[in-house]
Design a protein around this ligand. Structure first.
Ligand code: FES
Length: 154
């Protein structure tokens, strides 16, 4: 045993070991690439159209942010409406203050109807369609922009 440790490796043996090792690593990388090919590369994305519950569970005066969404949904005397919380400047999420939305990124300010008050943003916040599903639940469709002031009355 000690003879093996002290015996120098011949140049030819060393090159053979390096060649086999390199080949094994290349084969492992190729196999990993092949196996990765069979893995699905589908990205799950939230649907832009989603339910937010029945109108009866959404009290007058409440403002709701559906979980994981960038939308404020309002319920006032006129009905239900949804305004994007994505700033029209560079897309930061605006925070709702007492009577305005404020963008924390560059200071844009918006009225509660989405109109620009001041700041870097030059365009009003988007309004999205609100409707009712056959099961009686309110539906917000972020894929369907509507004119400011478009309200769903239930
Ligand atoms: S992203 Fe809102 S002001 Fe720039």
């Amino acid at each position: 045993m000690s003879e093996m440790l002290t015996k120098p490796v011949k140049r030819r043996d060393f090159l053979g070991i390096v060649t086999i090792g390199t080949f094994a690593v290349a084969m492992a990388a190729a196999l990993a690439g092949i196996l990765r090919f069979f893995r699905p590369t589908v990205f799950s994305e939230l649907s832009k159209k989603y339910k937010i519950g029945k109108p009866g569970g959404f009290p007058l005066g409440e403002v709701r942010v559906p979980p994981g969404r960038s939308v404020y949904v309002f319920h006032d005397e006129s009905g239900f409406y949804a305004i994007s919380s994505r700033c029209t400047h560079l897309g930061c999420i605006v925070k709702r203050g007492h009577d305005e939305f404020l963008c924390p990124c560059h200071g844009s300010r918006f009225k509660l109807n989405g109109d620009v008050i001041s700041g870097a943003a030059t365009r009003a916040l988007d309004w999205y369609d609100v409707s009712m599903a056959p099961d009686g639940q309110l539906v917000v469709d972020e894929g369907k922009k509507v004119k400011k002031g478009t309200v769903f009355f239930a």
